[in-house]
Design a protein around this ligand. Sequence first.
Ligand code: FAD
Ligand code: SF4
Length: 544
Amino acid sequence: MIGITLFIVRSAAKTRRENMINHSKKLRLILGDQLNATHPWFKEVDDNCLYVIAELHQETSYVTHHQQKIQAFFAAMAAFANVLKEAGHRVLHLTLDETKQYKDLPDMLTNLLENNVQHFEYQQPDEYRLSQQLTLFCEKITSKNMSFSCVDSHHFFLPHHELTEHFKVDTSHRMEFFYRYMRKRFNVLVDDDNKPEGGKWNYDQQNRNKLKKKDIASIPAPLVFSHNVSEINDRLARHQVKTIGQGDSTLLWPINRQESLQLLDFFCRYLLPSFGTFQDAMTCNGDDVVTQKQWSLYHSRVSFSLNSKMLSPTLVVDTVLKHYQCNDAISIAQAEGFIRQILGWREFIRGMYWINMPQYQNKNSLKAKNNLPSWFWNGDTKMNCLHHAINQSLQYSYAHHIQRLMITGNFCLLTGIEPAQVDQWYLGIYVDAIEWVELPNTRGMSQFADGGLIASKAYAASGNYVNKMSDYCQSCHYNVKEKTSENACPLNSLYWHFMDKHSELFESNPRQAMVYRNWRKQTEEQRQATLAKAQDYLRNLDTL
Ligand code: FAD
Ligand code: SF4
């Protein structure tokens, strides 16, 4: 009986779907990271137009994603479809159950367009992979006399067509110069003479404090949401979607614009006053498990809302500016430190991605070829910094920038892990990971695999840096002060091994000259002992 009822319900849904498509002359595709309710598309209701938003197998399987990442995207897509429907638009929201027969996105579109549709439209995808797929698809439909158009996603500060004016392929660019241009161009924190407000373009030097015990007690608990995602979990199980990380039936990430705005407001009120000061700090507060307060500290966690376009970067920057202007507790260093991330880094990374794709995805300038240790997938390592950063990532699908760059990224850099494996890990594990922003950050900034197109130096660090910026070392199996003894911190010898191995590349860099002077000051015997210890650790990466 249940089987028959289910069959009738499904058939009715299928007929409704076919009717919707049959009555549409225009089909507009909304990708999962294009949940931008302020896009010009939605200004007017067009009865001839059908919006399609679909959960697709190709998107759940191009990499192994964190369960919370898929939950967050699917839940946000469903919520967006409802918002559009309530505004009077005609929307076809398809779940994995309804798209399972399609091989991929073009296959689904081919099927949907077979009816009365005469015109197909899509927004410029942020990922090269999808852009290519849709370009090829459109070439095919034009030969069938169907028209198509691709429009800007109206999300970023810089329109897509302008990127070639600011970035050159295979050429080093520095974020700082680009950022100054953006500040002037968009009139952000500049005076009437286009000079930086407060006299300095960059307050990075003031953003390097460690969290002391007394600071930890006053970190506000993060604002989290509580969405029931058991239906999504059932779907993932039904379709055997492989995932990583923890993902129970309650999702804490925002899934609509209203919640994203709440998160931004919470950040501006309670976190922004200390954002810059503790931007690079990390803590485990002596705990083995990740506690509520430690995982996002004073960071905004708006990356998922931004990357899915529920929030626009312009709105985020304007909101931060408003709070800065009204709240004396927010200094220029805090406001500038945050705005630099959005107006500077985020836009810069996007430009570098688009100008250098597709060759960028194969870059491996340091010829790194080791395998990622198996404990990257479960956090089971004696190195407390990595144990903590990885466990946190598995638990929350989140790590802040310095954890990504200077803990997991630094380890992969020092140990020469093959960049493709590093990319797979970063692209899968974080709720905000979309290739356009993950790839240049990972290959470029973190792994120096692009030979310095993005970073002016390799972000390599010994245990000393970790100890300076965190309390991780205090409860570690290894001794951060030691280099060659039995329990010496692995990062110490691995750091010198890395610098020694790549001395030809880095020794002439003025930013690293001092490092090499210190290395050469050591006796030959000391250097050999350090290199031997590093070799030993490199042979045993899986058991560190
Ligand atoms: P906050 O610290 O509060 O910063 C505010 C916002 O600034 C972020 O939400 C983000 O939109 C932007 N931002 C900050 N730094 C960067 C940056 N380097 N590049 C682009 N935007 C930046 N960010 C992603 O959005 N997706 C990724 O897949 C991603 N992968 C990364 C991989 C590595 C190896 C590294 C080093 C960094 C990566 N980042 C990525 C950048 C950054 O770590 C995250 O944007 C940030 O941690 C998100 O948390 P938040 O929103 O709390 O950020
Ligand atoms: Fe990490 Fe070394 Fe500190 Fe342990 S001692 S937490 S391995 S930096």
